[in-house]
Design a protein around this ligand. Structure first.
Ligand SMILES: CC(C)=CCC/C(C)=C/CC/C(C)=C/CC/C(C)=C\CC/C(C)=C\CC/C(C)=C\CC/C(C)=C\CC/C(C)=C\CC/C(C)=C\CC/C(C)=C\CC/C(C)=C\COP(=O)(O)OP(=O)(O)O
Ligand SMILES: O=P(O)(O)OP(=O)(O)O
Ligand SMILES: [Mg+2]
Length: 247
């Protein structure tokens, strides 16, 4: 058994972990290869992260796989990512389903290539009633766009007299986000040494613990996730209170 795992308190694991899987391009360059070689070698780390969540009984994992800004990358890189996505779902969905995992997506997937959308929708439909854990992929996702969309939904309800001004509260706002059926994020991890959020889950990380590691995504493994959770457990989450009030 892993040495780090022995130090983790399984009764106090984060319920929702979100990961910015960054550093594939730099990993490839370091190995003298094209950026896309990094993406192809990123899937082992995705598997490791999912398996580590299973080991720790973390019920919600959200992975930042493609941002609204990532369309600005060179065309061949974008195409490779889309193809990799359909192929991976095709190959892995059965195992996820057998393990009672629900596949979920956040972001505007109507802009993805048709073939990719088709695979995604098939996977979502197949696993929609699974109750074990939820794997959410953020695809063509941007937190600013999500917040704007939520605002528009609420404004249109108000305009149609479906709600009063006083009814616009935190609860209504949360239920209008892409993440309406997910809990707030407890732990956000970013690999590759960058210490920014890059338009990922802005509302949902209001009280998340942030964890940055220099590891490049293809080198991320189960131990890396255990390490992040152990670090999380060493922190005091005060939610605005003072230490003495938490006992
Ligand atoms: C909670 C939970 C799920 C618990 C588990 C429960 C359980 C019981 C599990 C047991 C089951 C089990 C044994 C599982 C094993 C795993 C399994 C069945 C399958 C294998 C896993 C696997 C490979 C896939 C599963 C998911 C799936 C079907 C598909 C998803 C694949 C995926 C995530 C992506 C595919 C292609 C793609 C779009 C990306 C590939 C590369 C990658 C991973 C990341 C690159 C991301 C990127 C382009 C940029 C970095 C991040 C980002 C999006 C933005 C910010 O960074 P950026 O650099 O742009 O910012 P700056 O400009 O620097 O600011
Ligand atoms: O994971 P990516 O594609 O964002 O790689 P990098 O940040 O190294 O350019
Ligand atoms: Mg990057």
């Amino acid at each position: 058994m892993s040495e780090i795992l022995e130090h983790i308190d399984l009764t106090k694991v984060p319920q929702h972990v979100a990961i910015i899987m960054d550093g594939n391009g730099r990993w490839a360059k370091k190995n003298g290869k094209e950026r896309t070689f990094g993406h192809k070698n990123a899937l082992g780390a995705v598997r490791a992260a999912i398996e580590a969540c299973r080991d720790l009984k973390i019920p919600y994992l959200t992975l930042y796989a493609f941002s609204t800004e990532n369309w600005k990358r060179p065309k061949p890189e974008v195409s490779l990512l889309m193809t990799l996505l359909s192929q991976t779902i095709q190959r892995e969905i059965k195992e996820l389903h057998e393990n009672n995992v629900r596949l979920n997506v956040i972001g505007n997937i109507s802009k993805l290539p048709n073939a990719t959308q088709k695979e995604l929708n098939k996977g979502i439909e197949l696993t929609q009633h699974n109750t074990g854990s939820t794997l959410t992929l953020a695809l063509n996702y941007g937190a600013q766009e999500e917040i704007l969309e939520a605002t528009k939904k609420i404004a249109s309800k108000y305009k149609n007299n479906e709600i009063q001004l006083e009814e616009i509260n935190e609860e209504l706002f949360v239920s209008s986000l892409y993440t309406s059926d997910l809990p707030m994020v407890d732990l956000m991890i970013r690999t590759s040494g960058e210490t920014r959020i890059s338009n990922f889950l802005l509302w949902q990380i209001a009280y998340a613990e942030l964890y940055f590691t220099p590891i490049l995504w293809p080198d991320f493994n189960k131990e890396s996730l255990y390490e992040a959770v152990l670090n999380y457990q060493g922190r005091e989450r005060r939610f605005g209170k003072i230490s003495e009030q938490l006992i």
